[in-house]
Design a protein around this ligand. Structure first.
Ligand code: NAI
Length: 352
């Protein structure tokens, strides 16, 4: 029995989360789903959108699957009480979940889909986004009504950790190379340190080629010739932006899976947000979270089931018959989910 926390999120969160759970259950593995109240649910129950009880619950289950959570523009900051009574301010509830659990990297394996991604069918990148620091540290303040400033935090410890994770991943998954994306020409000290630490870690992995690109050139080449990239290690903000770019190249943010990984805990979530513009309409593409769930199964020791989900999803999308509107079709979230479930069941039956 796999005990998994479920943070259903809001916006399209509940729709895509239900879809992901349906597909995971179709593998035949047995799950115990532990609902984890966040945002409004946590506020109603505990008086805080991310109460200490909620953090403790996520820690107790160790592994969770999470739908996206809406963060209001200009009002996302959240204070979390620590065991000693002090408070830490985070820029958003999503950032708070990552940092309260010491999740340090968001691996986002984004691939093109045959028949959908046009010139980007062969896109195959894994963006390793550092998620503990950079400009999303909430080290930001106003200077009267006239100015505001934010600190871009970069520490050797955090960069070395995400760089090692990236090289270990590349080695384990037989990827071709690791590329550091930075802006070390303009940010000599912060991004300079990021690049320097990546270069140092690269020396520990002589079997894996390493190179680097400035973030602006990286965006250009992602569009012009994405085969230049394989595993990308980058800071919090650039990783955030590059993930959406890669999702767009694949054909939809609804195709971009992800995860938040730490030493002790993991929270699997799509790269996309809560998509309020389509929430409640039953047309959200569930594939990003379905694929995040597949990655979760592989990491939990069920690679056969994880791989079968990935293959079933690609088969359904490439057949072009059951596609949600973001992919040019008219299918609903549940119709696309059912098609994946059916294909997955047939596939797994064939391997028995
Ligand atoms: P978004 O990713 O939610 O949406 C951008 C565009 O992509 C929208 O047109 C949306 O309809 C579309 N889209 C996204 N996911 C889709 C899916 N699965 N199927 C079909 N279309 C999809 O980004 P946006 O609009 O900037 O943010 C909306 C809210 O989500 C904000 O409150 C933001 O803070 C939050 N957010 C939450 C994240 C998380 O929980 N990790 C990550 C990013 C944003």
């Amino acid at each position: 029995m796999l005990k998994i926390g479920v943070i259903e999120g809001n916006g399209i969160g509940p729709e895509v989360t239900k879809a992901a759970l349906d597909v995971l259950e179709a593998t035949g593995l047995s799950f115990e789903w532990i609902p984890i109240p966040t945002a409004q649910q946590s506020l109603e129950r505990y008086g805080h959108p991310l109460a200490p009880e909620v953090i403790q619950l996520i820690k107790d289950v160790k592994v969770s699957i999470k739908g996206p959570l809406i963060v209001e523009k200009q009002a996302g900051r959240i204070n979390c009480v620590q065991p000693d009574g002090s408070e830490i301010t985070y820029p958003s509830i999503n950032n708070a979940i990552r940092r309260e659990l010491q999740l340090f990297v968001a691996p986002r394996p984004i691939r093109g889909f045959k028949g959908i991604s046009g010139p980007f069918e062969k896109l195959d990148v894994v963006i390793m986004r550092e998620i503990t620091e950079d400009v999303y540290s909430a080290l930001e303040h106003k200077i009267g009504d006239y100015a505001a400033e934010a600190i871009k935090l970069t520490t050797r410890e955090a960069v070395v950790r995400v760089a090692r994770f990236s090289f270990e991943y590349a080695r384990k998954h037989k990827r071709k190379k690791v590329t550091c994306v930075h802006k070390a020409n303009a940010l000599s000290y912060t991004d300079g340190l990021f690049l320097q630490c990546c270069r140092e870690v690269a020396l520990e992995y002589p079997d894996i080629p390493f190179d680097d690109f400035m973030v602006d050139a990286a965006c250009y080449f992602m569009v012009k010739d994405p085969s230049k990239f394989d595993v990308i290690v980058t800071s919090n903000q650039y990783g955030d932006i590059l993930s959406d770019l890669a999702g767009g190249l694949a054909g939809s943010l609804g195709l971009a899976p992800g995860a938040n990984i730490g030493e002790n805990y993991a929270v699997y979530e799509a790269s996309h947000g809560a998509a309020p513009d389509i929430a409640g309409k039953g047309i959200a593409n569930p594939i990003a979270l379905v694929l995040s769930g597949a990655e979760m199964l592989s990491n939990l020791g069920y690679p056969k089931e994880g791989k079968a989900i990935v293959e079933a999803t690609h088969e359904v999308v490439s057949s072009g018959k059951t596609l949600t509107p973001d992919l040019g079709g008219t299918a609903s979230t549940t119709e696309l989910t059912s098609a994946i479930v059916q294909t997955l069941k047939t596939k797994l039956q064939a391997t028995i």
